[in-house]
Design a protein around this ligand. Structure first.
Ligand SMILES: [Zn+2]
Length: 177
């Protein structure tokens, strides 16, 4: 892995406000990492006022969480993987980017709160589906189809009914607390 960390364009977890004019619209003109890749320094140029400023981003220590895949292999937890899956399901649906980012933030937080060392792709998938259902039903169905790899429409219907019930259960449980 190189020290450079360039996430996909448009996938930014928090807004970066220009310190001069306070708008959130800039381009990164240079980025480099220090402290063995834990801190990323980005030189930015504001597209509103053209002034330049520097941000320092500390990479969160989320790597301690390991994801156990269905085939039994393990890989470090990746917020980006979840974001990619969710974005793929949303496709051309008009789901605002901020809402996706906020949803993935929530998922990230909840998983790190509930699981200490290891989480299965099933647990991640179910949490994503529960949240996606509120956001966009079509995206939800797409995500579920990709996730369960249905072989028939009947299987899909069955699974969606099951899932729907489980999402309601999860919500009822949450209400108790
Ligand atoms: Zn500015």
């Amino acid at each position: 892995m190189s020290g450079h960390h360039r996430g996909p364009v448009g996938v930014r977890s928090r807004p970066v406000l220009c310190p001069y004019c306070q708008i959130d619209n800039d381009k990164v003109i240079d980025s480099r990492s220090s402290e063995a890749g834990r801190v990323i320094r980005r030189r930015r140029e504001c597209l509103g006022c053209s002034r330049r400023f520097t941000t320092y981003e500390r990479v969160e220590q989320t790597a301690r969480l390991t994801v156990m895949k269905r085939d039994g292999t393990r890989q470090p937890f990746s917020r980006e993987n979840i974001m990619r899956g969710v974005q793929a399901s949303c496709g051309k649906r008009k789901v605002p980017e901020e809402r996706l980012v906020a949803m993935v933030d929530e998922i990230d937080d909840e998983l790190h709160r509930e699981f200490d060392r290891e989480v299965s792709t099933r647990e991640i998938g179910e949490l994503v589906m529960a949240k996606l259902k509120d956001l966009d039903e079509v995206a939800w169905v797409r995500f579920a189809s990709e996730y369960y790899k249905f072989k028939s429409v009947d299987e899909l219907k069955q699974q969606l009914e099951l899932l729907d019930g489980r999402v309601k259960d999860m919500k009822d449980q949450k209400r108790l607390f």
